[in-house]
Write a protein that binds this ligand. Structure first.
Ligand SMILES: [Mn+2]
Length: 308
């Protein structure tokens, strides 16, 4: 892990100009010197309702040029990530439109390459199905992982088909999850089966302080290695209309950010943020602004875990 002086000393563009990389971290495939890689996964063939999450990574990058333009870092974190790490934007995996099987294989291979090099990976979806190949590659390295899952949906539907509502059922079936230490937050859709995962439903979450929710997550996950997955539809559609399967009655962006900040210190080894579909995000790109900000928070959680 090393301070990235080149990043800290070169403030070059306004938020509205210049190349669009995530939070202005340089595009690079150099995994040797990198500590954290940001990977775009523009895939949305697993969507059951509105398509369009393939445009999510680009929308997040574009809005992140504002959250990432400050050389002091992202508030309320009190440092810049480059003070401790070389963070790279690894670009997108691409050329998979119409080829779900190829995407599945290639995403697992790409993330395996990234994490085997000792670089932590933050993936930007894409629809939520991408979490399955991401989990497979992480579990190969780390063993079964505690899942910290923000979502309106459990995505554990018992269904042999692959889509963005079944991938955690497949993850369970494949033994990828440490169920006793896994937790889902913000759920507000029918759930015939918990599979032994702790769930804080949206109504309960609404009555709890974010700090209390964070303590519940910490108590559940403990010191286990964890994978964090954040479906933007965790948020109320007032804050995130630009998504494939919105469900009314969800938390605010502030609640989401406070919960994330509150779980600092957990051993999070990998993460994704998914389901931003900018075509349904017509007013001020509010979903992408939320996603870019929450994505920044998740990078800080990976950083904190790396420095534990
Ligand atoms: Mn969802």
């Amino acid at each position: 892990m090393a301070r990235d002086d080149e990043m800290l000393d070169n403030w070059w563009d306004e938020a509205y100009s210049g190349p669009i990389s995530f939070m202005r971290f340089k595009f690079s495939k150099d995994l040797e010197s990198a500590d954290i890689a940001i990977l775009g996964v523009p895939y949305d063939l697993g969507t059951t309702n509105r398509p369009g999450a393939r445009f999510g990574p680009r929308a997040m990058r574009e809005q992140s040029t504002l959250t990432g333009e400050f050389d002091y870092g992202l508030w309320p974190w009190d440092y810049h990530l480059a003070e401790y790490h070389k963070v790279i934007d690894y670009g997108d995996i691409c050329n998979f439109a119409g080829y779900p099987k190829r995407m599945n294989k290639e995403l697992e291979a790409t993330t395996t390459k990234i994490i085997e090099s000792g670089t932590a990976c933050f993936a930007m979806g894409g629809d939520h199905f991408i979490s399955l190949p991401l989990l497979r590659s992480h579990v190969k390295k780390y063993g079964p992982l505690a899942l910290i899952h923000f979502d309106a949906h459990t995505d554990t539907w018992v269904d042999e088909d692959y889509n963005h509502g079944t991938m955690f059922y497949h993850a369970i079936k494949e033994g990828l999850l440490d169920l006793e230490h896994s937790i889902q937050l913000g759920i507000r859709t029918p759930n015939p089966q918990t599979h032994g995962i702790e769930i804080i439903y949206a109504d309960e979450l609404d009555e709890l302080k974010p700090s209390v929710v964070a303590e519940r997550i910490k108590a559940r996950v403990g010191d286990k290695k964890a994978y964090l997955t954040f479906d933007i539809d965790f948020l109320d559609p007032a804050y995130a209309p630009g998504t494939g399967t919105p469900v009314a009655g969800g938390p605010t962006v502030m609640a989401g950010r406070k919960i994330l900040k509150g779980i600092t210190g957990l051993n999070i080894v990998g993460a994704d943020l998914v389901e931003i579909a900018p075509a349904y995000d017509p007013i001020g790109s509010i979903t992408a602004v939320a996603g870019a900000t929450l994505g920044g928070d998740i990078l800080y959680l990976l950083s904190e875990a790396l420095r534990r």
